[in-house]
Ligand binder design. Structure first.
Ligand code: ADP
Length: 144
């Protein structure tokens, strides 16, 4: 077990559905601790960097437009094995494949946008978490 911090983004569908508090409560009830929280608009440049692994895929322009529909809320969350555990709490990328009781299963879109409008981003490993925390938070915005 490792004490880790992960980077979560509440995506525009979470903001539009006004479920940020409900989802945040799930993270806190799972025992994780908030180290940083802020609302921000994502520029094309930042999205190109954050989603570099999908930037060449045909659906990327849709993802970019979606992620700019509203500001997002960035969350730095700490706890034992938080990186894997938050991914488990979220469920798979495609909300129609996510089981009831997972965040994407309960709140993700179930129509044609099911693969895109999936409530939250969360880092998928320690290296990604370190890079993403640096990308979204300045040193003095993260608390011990
Ligand atoms: P995850 O966010 O679950 O780690 P990926 O890193 O593969 O998934 O993809 C990043 C984001 O791009 C997804 O969360 C989703 O919003 C969007 N996305 C992924 N695959 C598709 C797809 N086939 N069609 C539309 N959007 C997609």
């Amino acid at each position: 077990m490792a004490r880790e911090t992960t980077l979560i983004l509440f995506k525009p569908d979470a903001i539009q559905k006004q479920i940020v508090g409900t989802v945040l409560e799930r993270f806190e009830k799972a025992g994780f601790r908030i180290r940083g929280l802020k609302m921000m608009s994502l520029t094309d440049e930042l999205l190109n960097e954050h989603y570099a692994h999908i930037a060449k895929l045909p659906f990327f322009p849709d993802v970019q437009a979606f992620m700019q529909e509203t500001p997002v809320i960035a969350l730095a969350l700490e706890g034992e094995d938080v990186i894997t555990k938050v991914r488990d709490l979220l469920g798979p990328t495609d909300s129609t494949q996510a089981e009831a009781g997972t965040i994407r299963g309960d709140f993700g879109f179930k129509d044609g946008d099911a693969k895109m409008r999936n409530v939250c981003h969360a880092s998928d490993g320690p290296e990604a978490a370190a890079a993403e925390l640096k990308r979204f938070f300045a040193d003095d915005e993260l608390f011990a």
